[in-house]
Design a protein around this ligand. Structure first.
Ligand code: AMP
Ligand code: MG
Length: 521
C-alpha cells in the first residue's frame, strides 16, 4: 500500500491527528479482493490475513499512514450541529488506484477521537457487515458509492442495549469531504479555509473547472466563476446520485448534510434500506419520525442540502463582487450591495435544481420503461404508472422487471394488464416500433435482484450467530466469509436472472410492514 496523503496539508482547522485504538483479537472476516487489486495492494500483503487483520483493525499502522479524524458540522434532520466530525473513524490516508484515481482509506469503529462526544468510537459487527454488503450491492447496480475493503472483528464486546461483537470496517471513498466539511469552516467565519477547501475539492473532484479546454472562451475562469462552477458541479453529481437511488428503490435514511459527499458518492449506510412495495412515503429509519428522508422526498432533501452548501460559499463569493461607484458608498452599503449581487448569482444556480432534477428523473424513468424520448406524454405515463403501483401496492423491483420481460412474453403482458389495465396498452403503443431496443435498455436499468431487507437481515443474523456459537474463531471467520461472499455473488450480477437470483427475488412475507432500521451503529 503506497500512501500519498494530501488532505493533511490543509492544516489545522480541517482535522485532528489521532491514533486508532488497539483491539484485543483482530480477525479478518471479509476482504474485497477486486477492490484491493484496483488499489494496487501488494500480493504479499493480500496473502497475509493476519497482517491484514492488524492493519485494518487499527492495531498496527501500515507504513505511510497518518491517521486523522476529520472535522465537520452538519444539519441533522434540519437542525444545525456545529460540532460533529469523525467520532469513530480514522482516515489512514490516501492511495492512488490502478487508474490513478485518489481514494481515502478510512477505518470506522476504530475508537474514540476528539470528536466522539459521548460515543464509544466503536462499531458492532452487523452494521459493519451491512455497510459492506449494501455498498457492494450499490456498486454492482451501477450507483455511485463509497466501498468497503475489509471487515475485521476486534474480539471486543461493545454495548448497544445488548452486548454485541465489535468490528472495524474499512471504507474506501473518492474523498470524505462533505457539505458539513464546508459548514464547519463557514460556521467559524473562516472564509480563507472555505476557499482552501474549495480549491482542494476542485483539484480533487472537478479538475475540469480549472482546465477549460475550449480556447474560444477565457483560458481560465475567474475566482467568482470557479465558485459558481463548483456549486453547479456538486449539484449535478447530487442529482445523478439521487436519481440512481430512485432507479433501484434505495432509501438512504439519513440525508443529513454531514452525510452528503461533495464527490456525489453514497456515504454512510447506517439506516439505509430498500423499498419493496412502491410508496413514495416509505420510511424505515426508526428516528425519521416525520418522514423527512422518505423515498420520494430524497430529491427535495438534496436540493435543501445543496442550498446549505451555497450558504457556505456565499461569503467567499461576496469578496469577488465589484460594486460600481464605490467612492460614494459607505462600507456597510458596499458590503450589502456585494451580498445582494452574490446572493442573486448563487440563487440562480440553486433555483435551477428543480428543473434539472425533473429532467434527470424522467430520463431515468424513461429508460426503465424503454422510452427513447422524454416529453409530456411520457412524463404522464411515468406519473400514472407510479400512482397505479402505489394504489395497487405493487413491488417496485418486480413490477419493472415484469414490464421488461413482458415485451417478449405474452403471459407476463397479460398479467400486468390485470393490475395496470389500459396503462399497459398506452405504454405498448409508444414502444411498439422498437420493442427489442426498448427491452435491452430496460434490462440494463431494471434490476432482477436487489439487497432486499429481509434477506440482508437474515444474512446478518446468520453471521452474528456464527460468531457467537462457533467453537473456534477460525470456523466463525470462515462461515461469515462464506455466508457474505455467497450473497454478494448473487448481488454482483443484479441484471441477470439465474437459478441463484431466484432465491432472493421474493418480497418480504410481511411486506416489510414492521421493518425498522437504526443509526446506532
Ligand atoms: P452517523 O449517524 O454515522 O452519520 O454519525 C453522526 C455523527 O455521530 C458523526 O459525527 C459520527 O462520528 C458520530 N458517531 C456515531 N456513532 C458514534 C460512536 N459510536 N462513537 C462516537 N461517535 C459516533
Ligand atoms: Mg455520518
Amino acid at each position: 500500500m503506497k500512501f500519498d496523503n494530501t488532505y493533511i496539508a490543509l492544516g489545522k482547522p480541517f482535522y485532528q491527528r489521532v491514533l486508532p485504538a488497539k483491539v484485543p483479537k483482530p480477525k479478518l472476516l471479509l476482504w474485497n479482493r477486486a477492490l484491493s487489486d484496483d488499489l494496487l495492494i501488494t500480493e504479499d500483503l493480500v496473502n497475509d490475513p493476519q497482517q491484514l487483520g492488524e492493519y485494518f483493525s487499527g492495531n498496527v499502522l501500515p507504513e505511510g499512514a497518518e491517521p486523522i479524524a476529520l472535522a465537520y458540522s452538519g444539519h441533522q434532520f434540519g437542525h444545525f450541529n456545529p460540532q460533529l466530525g469523525d467520532g469513530r473513524a480514522h482516515l489512514l490516508g490516501e492511495v492512488l488506484s490502478k487508474d490513478n484515481v485518489r481514494f481515502d482509506i478510512q477505518l470506522k469503529g476504530s475508537g474514540q477521537t476528539p470528536f466522539s462526544r459521548r460515543g464509544d468510537g466503536k462499531c458492532a459487527l452487523a452494521p459493519a457487515l451491512r455497510e459492506y454488503i449494501m455498498s457492494e450491492a450499490l456498486y454492482a447496480l451501477g450507483v455511485p458509492t463509497s466501498r468497503c475493503l475489509a471487515v475485521v472483528s476486534t474480539g471486543e464486546t461493545i454495548h448497544r442495549g445488548l452486548a454485541k461483537a465489535g468490528a472495524v470496517v474499512t471504507r474506501v471513498a473518492a474523498s470524505h469531504i462533505r457539505v458539513g466539511s464546508f459548514q464547519y469552516l463557514a460556521a467559524r467565519g473562516d472564509i480563507s479555509s472555505v476557499k482552501a477547501l474549495l480549491d482542494y475539492s476542485i483539484e480533487r473532484h472537478f479538475p475540469e473547472i480549472d482546465n477549460i479546454q475550449d480556447s474560444t472562451i477565457a483560458a481560465t475562469l475567474s475566482q467568482e466563476q470557479r465558485v459558481l462552477a463548483f456549486l453547479e458541479h456538486v449539484i449535478d453529481k447530487q442529482i445523478t446520485l439521487i436519481v440512481q437511488w430512485l432507479r433501484i428503490g434505495f432509501i438512504h435514511g439519513v440525508m443529513n448534510t454531514d452525510n452528503t459527499a461533495i464527490c456525489g458518492d453514497t456515504i454512510d449506510f447506517g439506516p439505509c434500506a430498500m423499498m419493496g412495495t412502491y410508496n413514495a412515503k416509505t420510511v424505515f429509519s426508526s428516528i425519521d419520525e416525520y418522514g423527512r428522508y422518505a423515498f420520494g422526498e430524497q430529491g427535495k432533501v438534496a436540493h435543501w442540502n445543496m442550498a446549505r452548501l451555497a450558504d457556505c460559499l456565499l461569503p467567499l463569493l461576496c469578496q469577488y463582487q465589484t460594486v460600481a461607484d464605490e467612492a460614494s458608498l459607505s462600507l456597510k452599503d458596499k458590503e450589502q450591495a456585494q451580498q445582494q449581487l452574490a446572493l442573486a448569482k448563487i440563487e440562480t444556480i440553486i433555483h435551477r435544481y428543480p428543473d434539472k432534477f425533473d429532467e434527470a428523473y424522467y430520463t431515468m424513468y424513461a429508460s426503465k420503461l424503454g422510452l427513447a424520448e422524454v416529453n409530456k406524454e411520457t412524463k404522464a405515463l411515468v406519473d400514472e404508472l407510479l400512482a397505479l403501483m402505489q394504489s395497487n401496492r405493487l413491488d417496485y423491483t418486480q413490477t419493472f422487471y415484469l414490464l421488461t420481460e413482458s415485451l417478449t412474453d405474452k403471459d407476463k403482458e397479460n398479467a400486468l394488464r390485470n393490475v395496470l389495465g389500459a396503462w399497459v396498452d398506452q405504454w405498448l403503443s409508444i414502444v411498439a416500433n422498437g420493442q427489442l431496443v426498448a427491452q435491452t435498455v430496460m434490462a440494463k436499468n431494471n434490476p432482477v435482484v436487489i439487497p432486499r431487507n429481509h434477506h440482508v437481515e437474515q444474512i446478518l443474523a446468520r453471521c452474528e450467530a456464527a460468531l457467537e456459537s462457533s467453537p473456534t474463531a477460525l470456523t466463525a471467520q470462515e462461515s461469515i466469509n462464506q455466508i457474505v461472499t455467497q450473497f454478494l455473488t448473487v448481488l454482483g450480477s443484479p441484471y441477470a436472472e439465474t437459478d441463484a437470483t431466484k432465491h432472493y427475488q421474493d418480497t418480504a412475507a410481511d411486506g416489510d410492514r414492521y421493518y425498522q432500521t437504526f443509526c446506532g451503529t
